[in-house]
Ligand binder design. Structure first.
Ligand SMILES: NC(=O)C1=CN([C@@H]2O[C@H](COP(=O)(O)OP(=O)(O)OC[C@H]3O[C@@H](n4cnc5c(N)ncnc54)[C@H](O)[C@@H]3O)[C@@H](O)[C@H]2O)C=CC1
Ligand SMILES: O=C(O)C(=O)[C@H](O)COP(=O)(O)O
Length: 376
């Protein structure tokens, strides 16, 4: 059995080679000739999966180690009777921690407490709902927008997008890219929305570039220098608009989901889906695969504060590292993809054990995702 896997998928070789011959390939562009005699293909978001890719192959299964599936034409796979599985939620914690790392930086730079702010979360799925919990733990006022969930009758108090635009100090997007229909998200943030954002608003996009009209954003940023913008995703990728980048406060190369845990979960979720598909189901424990992080234990005394949180968060991950790298390498041929391919290991906050002398501090840090322990 031949299994073709994207080379940017940690532990794929180790796991999939238990069941067949593994061939690792680049995802952009993917060498189609490798698919002719392959039974399974495991991709990432950079590989468009459509009729053209799968024609004249023996593929029975395609997996994508991603949350988003806008790169996959599901109807084409259905028509060719090729099974498909994604990895929902695999990297949700990573995206949440990216967003909070960025917010803690901006809050320190501009001298405010996040607990005084209202955050609007658009798209309250795996990422949005985890972000909601952590923002509530921080004492922020949280507004939610998710029309599909509202229409399903989910209990949360969902609001229309316009209401979030009018009331949020921070507006952050976590929807899939939906190109048309009732729940379209393509260019959800257009010129009109951008002009209407509250003065000093922080706008974050860590879902898909085209959820924000990037050309409209560039034009608006030229005359609205009060806005603060965090972009992890761009329209288009990898050839983003360098002038837009120069107006953005925090700019990264579509790496919000790139913790080691997030990537490995993506691989293990696909492996489990695929072994179930071939009738040999296996379950993989994440902790059996993960190495110890560089910094694994710290001691903390005293009460919880935003500045303590920022110090702990940036001990694990400081988004400025990725911002600096993108600005340095965006002019290089293939720079965007190279940064993603050779991404420096990044861990989730839960990888850090925080020994606290204060019980409330320990409780708060646990709510925020650290492995915090109260040591009397
Ligand atoms: N930058 C990165 O590295 C990453 C980006 N992503 C992107 O973020 C997206 C969200 O990720 P998850 O939370 O894991 O997906 P999810 O599918 O769990 O949640 C998406 C939520 O958006 C809602 N939604 C759909 N249409 C909407 C609309 N028109 N307005 C408001 N809400 C709408 C859905 O009802 C759902 O609750 C993914 O589809 C993917 O494109 C995900 C992971 C990493
Ligand atoms: O899971 C998603 O959706 C994402 O956006 C991924 O983090 C993107 O990573 P790649 O699949 O492009 O490596």
């Amino acid at each position: 059995m031949k299994i073709v896997v994207d080379e940017n998928m940690p532990y794929a070789q180790e796991l999939f080679s238990r069941k067949g011959q593994v061939v690792r390939v680049p995802g952009r562009p993917l060498p189609i000739s490798e698919l002719k005699d392959a039974q399974a293909l495991m991709v990432r978001s950079v590989t468009p999966v459509n009729a053209k890719l799968i024609e004249n192959t023996s593929l029975a299964f395609v997996g994508s180690a991603t949350a988003g599936t806008d790169h996959v034409e599901l109807a084409d796979l259905d028509a060719a009777s090729v099974a498909f599985s994604a990895a929902p939620g695999c990297n949700a914690i990573a995206v949440v921690e990216y967003v909070l790392s960025a917010l803690l930086l901006l809050a320190e730079r501009d001298g405010y407490q996040l607990s005084d702010k209202t955050i609007g979360i658009v798209g309250v799925g795996n990422v949005g709902s985890r972000l909601q919990k952590r923002c509530e733990a921080l004492g922020m006022n949280v507004l939610l927008c998710d029309p599909p969930r509202a229409d399903r009758g989910d209990k949360e108090p969902f609001l229309p997008l316009q209401s979030l635009v009018d009331h949020a100090d921070i507006l952050t997007f976590h929807t899939p890219l939906i190109k048309q229909g009732e729940y379209q998200t393509w260019h959800n943030v257009d010129q009109q929305v951008l002009e209407r954002l509250r003065p000093g608003c922080v706008l974050i996009n860590a879902c898909r570039g085209s959820v924000i009209d990037n050309q409209a954003l560039k034009q608006v940023l030229i005359h609205r220098d009060d806005l603060n913008v965090v972009l992890d995703v761009w329209e288009p990728e990898p050839n983003l608009d360098i002038e837009l980048l120069s107006h953005v406060d925090i700019a990264t190369a579509h790496i919000a989901g790139y913790t080691l845990e997030g990537k490995v979960r993506g691989t293990t979720q696909l492996y489990e889906a695929w072994t179930a598909f071939i009738g040999q189901p296996e379950t993989i424990s994440l902790s059996s695969l993960l190495p110890l992080p560089d910094v694994s234990v710290v001691n903390v005394s005293g009460e919880f504060s935003q500045s303590l949180l920022k110090r702990l968060v940036h001990l694990v991950y400081d988004v400025r590292r990725d911002d600096a790298l993108l600005r340095l390498h965006i002019g290089d041929e293939g720079g965007f993809d190279r940064l993603r391919k050779h991404y420096q290991e990044r861990r989730e906050w839960s990888s850090l054990t925080v020994n606290c002398s204060n019980a409330q501090t320990a409780e708060k840090l646990r709510q925020l995702g650290f492995n915090a322990i109260y040591c009397a």
